[in-house]
Design a protein around this ligand. Structure first.
Ligand SMILES: Cc1ncc(COP(=O)(O)O)c(C=O)c1O
Length: 390
């Protein structure tokens, strides 16, 4: 029996267990383990492709770099957004063609640009003069797109401030790229990760469309629009189905940009989150005093071993236990490490069974994105999140 929790004030509808969860039920795990279902990734790829239509998918490898996922997506014809040399090597080793890989990090080591160029990668991101100069020197003649800084949206995990240049700097960067012998082909942006509704894209697309039309009006021959990631996963709050969501985003793109020859999208979370579930265990249930309003539930996984996205309680995972048919009550949820920052949910306590005790299994649902790739190598001696691919 499964129940899902959002927080102690509300419960979301009961969802059927995923294949990954069913696998967890049938096995025992010695340590926190992410079970990833490649079939679910393939299904999600099909749904996103169908909704995105003419836009090419470049899976954001950072969301989950499991080689089996990369191999499966490569076989399905996906492209890849790589953040580093290691991710490029991973994609190539798993069968991706160099032409299907873009080097999307705007902060690249010169030697890694040279490596990518040697490997046959021709598409690079930039948002600064120095980066343009590095690309021109180490990947002469390459295509570059300029990442635009956009206003923060309602995304649960905003990405806006660190990356991108102000709209006013786009044309000078395009001109610099041209002068340096590069091919400035387009623009990119990121609407913010876990943008729950397609309508939330409108203001950002409008902003970027203004920059796009101005650059084309100024004579820059742009033909590539990279709409980045942001495609959501289900964490308890309602989200549109991937195909419908992607189709709505593309309708907005067409309305605002017109007939852009090349559109690419970089889903990360939306591709893999729902394909994974984590098998975790309760290590301790306690109260600080007899009158403590909430129990503290300590899991064997925390912020440093896979659940980094609980930072500021931004991503609210759902939990399933074998006791979900029993009486439930709010608790503060924390990780196992000796670090007081390792508290997962305290501002909005989590609803868990009152009978929960040490040794009980807890399944963390829809946890395939930004978990294994965020786990430390062994903070406090706790091992990084184990991964099993089914
Ligand atoms: C350049 C770039 N593209 C795509 C993504 C994936 O975003 P999401 O997981 O929201 O789909 C990220 C995430 O950090 C990113 O930095």
């Amino acid at each position: 029996m499964y129940a899902t929790q959002t927080d102690f004030v509300g419960r979301s509808p009961v969802a059927a267990p995923s294949r990954a969860e069913t696998f967890i039920h049938a096995h025992r795990f010695e340590r926190p383990t992410l079970v990833l279902d490649t079939e679910a990734v393939a299904e999600r790829y099909a749904a996103l492709s169908s909704g995105l239509g003419r836009a090419a998918i470049h899976y954001a490898v950072k969301a989950n770099p499991a080689p089996q996922i990369v191999a499966r997506l490569a076989a399905l014809g996906s492209g890849f957004d790589a953040a580093s040399r290691a991710e490029i090597e991973l994609c190539l080793a798993q069968g991706a063609a160099p032409s299907a890989i873009s080097f999307g990090n705007t902060v690249k080591r010169a030697a890694d640009i040279a490596f990518a160029h040697e490997a046959g990668i021709t598409l690079f991101a930039a948002d600064a003069e120095e980066e343009i100069d590095k690309i021109a020197e180490h990947a002469p003649g390459a295509q570059v797109y300029i990442r635009v800084l956009v206003t923060a949206t309602e995304a649960d995990w905003p990405l806006s401030r660190k990356f991108g240049c102000a709209p006013g700097k786009v044309q000078p960067l395009l001109a610099r790229a041209l002068a340096a012998g590069l091919r400035p082909v387009g623009l990119s942006f990121h609407v913010g990760s876990q943008t729950r509704a397609a309508r939330m894209w409108l203001s950002v697309l409008d902003e970027v469309a203004g920059v796009w039309h101005a650059a084309r009006g100024a004579g820059f021959d742009l033909d590539l629009l990279n709409i980045g990631g942001g495609f959501p996963a289900f964490y308890g709050e309602e989200v549109e189905a991937p195909e419908i969501y992607a189709a709505q985003v593309m309708r907005l793109v067409t309305d605002l940009f017109g007939a852009v020859p090349r559109v690419m999208a970089e889903p990360g979370r939306g591709m893999v989150a729902e394909a994974g579930a984590i098998a975790a265990e309760v290590m301790l249930v306690s109260r600080k005093c007899d009158t403590d309003a909430y129990r503290w539930v300590y899991l064997d996984i925390g912020k440093f071993s896979g659940l980094a996205e609980t930072m500021d309680e931004a991503i609210r995972y759902q939990f399933a236990t074998d006791r979900d048919h029993e009486a439930m009550g709010p608790c503060i949820l924390a990780g196992p490490s000796c670090d007081s920052a390792d508290v997962l949910y305290e501002k909005r306590p989590v609803l868990l069974p009152l009978g929960l005790k040490a040794g009980d299994r807890v399944i963390i649902r829809n946890a395939g994105a930004y978990t294994s790739s965020y786990a430390s190598v062994g903070f406090n001696g706790f091992p990084p999140l184990d991964v099993v691919v089914i």
